[in-house]
Every structure is written in C-alpha cells, then in structure tokens.
Design a protein around this ligand. Sequence first.
Ligand code: GLY
Ligand code: MN
Length: 398
Amino acid sequence: MANPAPAISLAEFAARRARLLAQLKRDGNAIGLILAGDADASLSHSWRPNPNFEYLTGITDEASAILLLDPAHPVKSKRVQLFLRPLNPELEKWDGFRAQVSTALKGQYGIATILRNTGFARALLESAKRAKRFACLHALAAHTAPISADLAIFRESALRIPGATITDLTHLLPAMRSVKSAAEIAQMQRAADITALGFAAALRAARPGQTEFDVQEAVEHAYKSAGARETAYRTIAGSGFNATVLHYHANKNPIAAGELLVLDSGASFAGYAADVTRTFAVAGRFTARQQLVYSTVLKAQLAAIKACRVGATMNDVDSAARKVITAAGFGDYFIHGIGHHLGLEVHDADPATPLQAGMVITVEPGIYIPQESLGVRIEDDILVTRGAPKVLTAAIPK
Ligand code: GLY
Ligand code: MN
C-alpha cells in the first residue's frame, strides 16, 4: 500500500513522558517505574514490551529495560532515566547486535540519560531517599496473580527507607493511552485499511469445501502482503456451530453451504491493533432465520455506533445495542459486553471514564444460538470525535 502513515515522532514520545512527569510532580513528586518486561527464550512467538513502556518510549526491542521517572531530580536531564540490559557479545551472536550507550543511541531514542541496568538499584535508592514516595503506574493485579513488577520493587525499597509511601496512580496511563493522538489515529487507520484488504481476501476464500483455516490463512496472508508484520490477536474463524463460540481458535472444520461464518480478525500495524468481525453466509445466501438474526445484530450495532459520543459511557453504548436485541426477543443470546478500548493492545487500557474525543473503541454486538448452530457478530472500530463517530473500519462491507 502506498503512503504509509508517518511514524510517531520522538517529540511525541518525549511529550508523553513530560506529561506523566508533570502528573507525578502534582502527586507529591512520586517516583514512577515503567518496566519493559523480560523476554522469554521462545522461538515460537515474537516479544513485545509492556505496552506502557512502548507507549512512553517507542522502544520495542529492549527486553528488561526500565524507565525511571523522578520529577524532582535536581539534575533536569535525570528526571527521565532509561536503563538497558548490559551488552553480552556471546548472547548477541544468537539474538542480534545491540548498540553501545552513546550519543547516537541517546539521539535515536530521544532520551538524554541512558545507563545499564547494573546501575539501576543505586539510581533508584538515590531518588527514593529524596522523594520518599513511589507511584504504582502499571495496572494492579488480582490477589491470585504475581505482584506487578513496579510494586514489587517499591515494596522492597520501602522496607529499607523509613517513611517511604506507595501511592496508586494506576489511572494515569490508561487516561493518557485511551485518548489517541493524530499520529496514533493514523497508525490505527492503516491497521484498519490493511484489515479491509484481509477481509476482502477472506470473503473470496470462504467457499464450501474450504476449511476455517483456509479463511484464516487468506485473511492473514493479505495483512502481511499489505505491510503488517503481525495479527493483533489470534484470528477466530468459526462456521456453523463454531460461530457461536466467542473465542473459537481451532479454526479446523470444513465450511459448508448454508452455514454462517464468523470471522473475527485484525492486523497490527506499528504496534496498533484493528479488531473487526464480519459474519458471512458461506454460499452467499441467508436463510430467513439467519437474515432475521443478522439484521437484528446490524441494527443493534448501528444504534450502538450512534451512541459513541463524547460524554457517553461504555454502558450507554452497550444499552443502545442491548435494547434492540432484547426488543427482537434475542436478549438471552447477547452474552458479552458491547466492546472495549483499542490501541497498542487489542483489549486496550481502559480509563473507566466517559468517552472523550480521540478514544477508539470496538462496537461488537452478537447473537449466539448454539442449539441452532447460528452465531452472528458484527464489529467495527470507532473513533469518538466532537461530532459524529468515525468508523475506522467502514471500508469493510457488512
Ligand atoms: N477480538 C476478540 C475480542 O475482542 O475479544
Ligand atoms: Mn473485539
């Protein structure tokens, strides 16, 4: 595809960090830590950093990196410090070349202070002794899950620093990440446009005698041919009964004439996700029953899209769809929520606030009737604006 959207600029990443620093400053000069997370040794899937780290740095190939934010550091250039894993020439023969810390690397990342992880403990202690306040920025975990990495470090530090407190600022990054900039919207539009090419290819592949996997292959091949490196999530291609299984991933059955096929798939571009669902009649023609269910879901979806206005809540959007489906007598068959925020993650950081201009959400009502092997879901990606909602995935027919 021609005219790739311009990449997000270093200045934009720097502005995001500055905004976060200002908010930490407002909260008693709390120190924040953003951990990229460790790579696993898997050969079977690619590694991505924690999305908060990616959002604040744009760096996607430095496992174990740490961003230390200290809004009151007396040396201005040390208010943001980036720590990177030390070089290891032996390991790099396997995993790829990594650069020395140099002026060039600082310029490449737009970060003035870059150090090795070996210096992190000392730098954190220096900041913590002065600030005596830590801010949890990564999402809190359920009591059955491991403690988030930033909280674990803060707890260990607080044990050693009398009077140090830990504060919950987990709402800051979802609030920032959920309102997309013009540059982010451009990436998301491109992910949506690539996804449209995939769905066109999938529609051609979804013929009787083919398998669900053939459809998955067609959609994903088209993404990659159009410049996407990854899918945004595992493609769901379910026909007949499988169309009623919300997160069906086996994608292995033959598809037969007379069935409906639910295809839920999206390309990832520059880290940003598209998330689209279409439901096709395999042999090109709906039965009257399929038609009734399909048109109910479509009506519900259009009503919900209309509700994607500044100030509305996700609950308002959900109600708009649910009202239509319930009125048609299918209320018990719409068994999930209306959608979710979309961005660097397919289920993106959720600010749990009313919609604002610049937010991108999915709207994906469905009706699933397993006893009839009949499932329909229709999903689009919606940009909330000050005016009418903009459907980023409008090029995909429904
Ligand atoms: N696309 C899968 C989901 O939104 O759950
Ligand atoms: Mn979705």
